[in-house]
Design a protein around this ligand. Structure first.
Ligand SMILES: [Zn+2]
Length: 755
């Protein structure tokens, strides 16, 4: 199935740019009122009115924008919230009968990884990170020192939950870890899905496995934002987006943390969202409303958000009498020093979320808080660097190269590389080295002769430090690669044989996805029953190329023309998703290539209409095409390899078939005289050729032997042709006179017609 997720996201994004914003809000508000469990929304009223004050939390607006882009996730979210609320309320009812009951029977410690992405990530020290962890553990246990400030009227509601946090003690690949990563980068957070700070390719840092770790990104945020987190129950949200982002000046209690957000409460608050808490006034963003709820039964009804450090008691339109609203709750917007509690209802709600949401519950069984035990001798094969599937080589010796990581505790001083091609006997290389624990290096093996063909190579390590590897399951890496053979022109191929790539041909691609290589398609053919398919439909690999490469072709240096004829079929998925077909040749065995043909998008397609289903061409959608490479090759190279390169635009499939690479040599007469009337004698078809094309030819006439005109044509400088066919097949046999009339001369030649 095509993974159309990203495309639709783009399309919806474009739509949203065009939509009137308040109209969208109105639509969503109606939908939210209709569904009791909801994220009611508004534009960020507060930020618009007072842009200078920090925006405590943008979770509400992030969720709102997300639901506009992915309406289907809104439906799924509401359904999961309804199911969740039933479980939560059932527990709360049971707890009334048994107040000592806890939602989590024992303490559950969540492994946390903190990614610091800043111009100077050392600004946030390990100690500052630890200060944040200390705050989280105190706040979630109800052991925070400032809980003494909880007003007497609220003391009985104080929640003391069983969720705790540790800094991860092992990396996703089970190596020792501090639970802190640092990246020097000017990338700032753009709250929402695909936040750049969460993606290495955009200058951020990729999430660690979100099923094993709670990811926290600490960075710069724009617009005075302090933090946000997606809530649970979003099936369309990329796993890479799960976790929370906090501004570096609102993280921890020391170092770069700055008042009034230097008590670590931004992370306390955002992890509340991560575990499905809403703001105390409801899920809208600071809109005055007593109807909106946080669906927690022990927080007072609250009209809107509260800022700063209010004096107790504080009443509002929804709770008009003392003790008033709970502005000191972690899920309000007050300053860090003014906050001091979750309620028991909130703690139960978070623990219910952790133990029931499928995108949270695996955190409970993570081993991320447990340091790994390293074996003494354990080498991990990471990747085959050479040979590779990214290029094509001619037959030659290859130097196999393998990147390894010493994941053993001991320094690695010796290792054996075993290289097996196509399942054969391994070629062994013994190497001495000095690789410290948890370091990587690339090892060269002995040269291996590579014959023409499509090969698999398996490289594995044995005998680290002369001993058995204690974790042998991670010692092997594999790769495929092509070596092209030799052939003479004309090279004619219709891909009818089931052997693919054909003997002497090569296939390759420059992504890491070997399956993206060109394939032989048996459901599409210009002739016969098969063709070559470049799959742009199922692979979203923008800009990545797949390649079909011919054998090395002998080209006569005396050839007067060299041409690549082929048939193509292609469809466009949309006007945005555009694929490209390029033809290149190499005279140095694939080290360098020269482009001689390039068509993309509307120029490439052979089906007029956009096609959103996987494209399979019909018989009449094949188009003949030719790349004339005479000017590049003639007289210069006596062998070339030709590459058909497909460049992915996540559009639709491109097919080629019936390739014919050929040369033509002109007759000596044509080269010397500049014209040729042939064949002579002829049985019917007669051709007049000029080389080079004549601009002075003004007419051609053919007379019978008795002087009767039987054929003529007139030309101008611009219409003169260098190839003129004349059909004499209906004429009687005998002698005919062909006359070529030029501006400055006349040429007459007798031609014998035979039957
Ligand atoms: Zn919030």
């Amino acid at each position: 199935m095509r993974k159309a997720f990203f495309l639709s996201a783009l399309a919806i994004h474009l739509e949203n740019v065009l939509l009137n914003f308040s109209f969208v809000n109105a639509i969503f508000s109606l939908r939210f009122i209709a569904i009791s469990l909801c994220f009611c929304i508004a534009s960020n009223v507060f930020a618009q009115n007072q842009p200078s004050r920090p925006v405590r939390c943008v979770t509400g607006s992030v969720m709102e924008k997300y639901f506009q882009k992915y309406p289907r996730d809104k439906v799924a979210f509401d359904q999961s919230q309804q199911a969740f609320q039933q479980k939560y309320e059932a527990f709360r009812r049971a707890k009334k009968d048994n107040p000592a009951q806890q939602r989590l029977n024992a303490i559950v410690t969540i492994p946390v990884v903190v990614h610091i992405v800043m111009d100077d990530p050392s600004l946030v020290t390990d100690e500052q990170v630890q200060s944040q962890l200390d705050v989280l553990n105190a706040d979630y246990a109800g052991e925070n020192a400032d809980s003494v400030k909880i007003p007497a009227a609220f003391k009985s509601l104080f929640g003391k939950g069983n969720i705790r946090f540790c800094l991860a003690q092992r990396s996703p690949s089970n190596e020792p870890s501090s639970g802190i990563t640092r990246k020097t980068s000017s990338t700032i957070s753009i709250p929402g899905d695909s936040d750049p700070v969460k993606y290495t390719t955009m200058g951020g840092v990729d999430a660690w496995d979100v099923n094993r770790y709670l990811n926290i990104w600490v960075c710069k945020m724009g617009d005075n934002d302090l933090g946000y987190s997606f809530m649970p129950g979003l099936p369309g949200l990329s796993a890479s987006d799960v976790g929370l982002v906090t501004a570096y000046h609102a993280f921890g209690t020391i170092g770069s943390a700055a008042a009034p957000f230097n008590k670590g409460r931004t992370a306390t608050h955002e992890i509340g969202h991560f575990f499905n808490l809403s703001h105390t006034w409801g899920s809208n963003e600071c809109q005055a409303s007593c109807a909106d709820s946080d669906f927690v039964d022990d927080t007072p009804n609250q009209n809107t958000c509260t800022y700063g450090t209010p004096s107790y008691p504080l009443t509002d339109a929804c709770t008009g009498t003392a003790p008033g609203i709970m502005f000191m709750n972690f899920m309000d917007y007050t300053d860090d020093a003014a906050m001091c509690l979750f309620t028991a209802g909130q703690a139960d709600r978070m623990e219910t979320a952790l133990s029931t949401f499928s995108d949270r519950m695996q955190l409970m069984s993570s081993n991320g808080c447990v340091p790994p035990v390293l074996y003494n001798n354990d080498v991990k094969a990471l990747a085959v660097v050479s040979p590779s599937n990214a290029g094509i080589r001619c037959a030659a010796n290859i130097i196999p190269r393998l990147t390894i990581r010493n994941v053993g505790a001991s320094p690695l001083t010796s290792i054996r590389l075993n290289v097996a091609i196509d399942g054969g006997e391994p070629v062994v290389t013994n190497l001495n080295l000095n690789l410290p624990s948890l370091q990587e290096t690339t090892l060269p093996g002995n040269a291996i002769a590579a014959t023409a063909g499509y090969h698999s190579v398996k490289i594995y390590t044995t005998l680290p430090n002369g001993a058995a590897d204690q974790q042998p399951f991670n010692d092997t890496a594999t790769m495929v690669f092509s070596v092209v053979g030799n052939a003479n022109e004309p090279l004619v191929h219709g891909f009818e044989s089931t052997v693919f790539p054909p003997q002497g041909w090569g296939i390759a691609n420059n992504s890491d996805v070997i399956e993206y290589n060109p394939v032989r398609a048996t459901n599409a053919a210009r002739s016969g029953t098969a063709s070559v398919k470049f799959d742009n439909y199922n692979y979203q690999l923008f800009g990545k190329s797949t390649m079909l490469v011919t054998p090395q072709l002998a080209i006569p240096l005396t050839a007067d023309s060299v041409k690549i004829a082929f048939w193509r079929a292609a469809a466009q998925y949309s006007s945005i998703n555009s694929d490209t077909l390029e033809i290149l040749f190499s005279s140095d065995c694939g080290q360098t290539f020269t482009s001689v043909y390039k068509k993309g998008g509307a120029d490439l397609k052979t089906r007029p209409d956009f096609t959103t289903a996987e494209y399979i061409p019909t018989a009449d959608e094949w188009v003949a095409d030719t790349a004339d490479i005479t000017a590049f090759v003639k007289g210069r190279y006596d062998n070339i390899i030709v590459q058909f390169r497909n460049i992915n635009g996540y559009g639709n499939n491109v097919y080629i078939d019936d390739i014919n690479i050929y040369t033509r040599s002109l007759s000596q007469h044509l080269k010397e005289k500049g014209y040729l009337i042939a064949p002579n004698p002829t049985t019917g078809l007669l051709t007049i050729q000029h080389y080079p094309a004549s601009s002075s030819l003004r007419g051609v006439a053919v007379y019978s032997s008795t002087g009767q005109l039987i054929w003529k044509a007139q030309y101008t400088a611009s219409t003169a042709l260098n190839y003129i066919p004349i059909n004499l097949s209906h004429m009687a046999s005998g002698i005919y006179i062909v006359q070529l009339l030029y501006t400055d001369k006349t040429i007459t030649q007798k031609v014998l017609k035979m039957n």
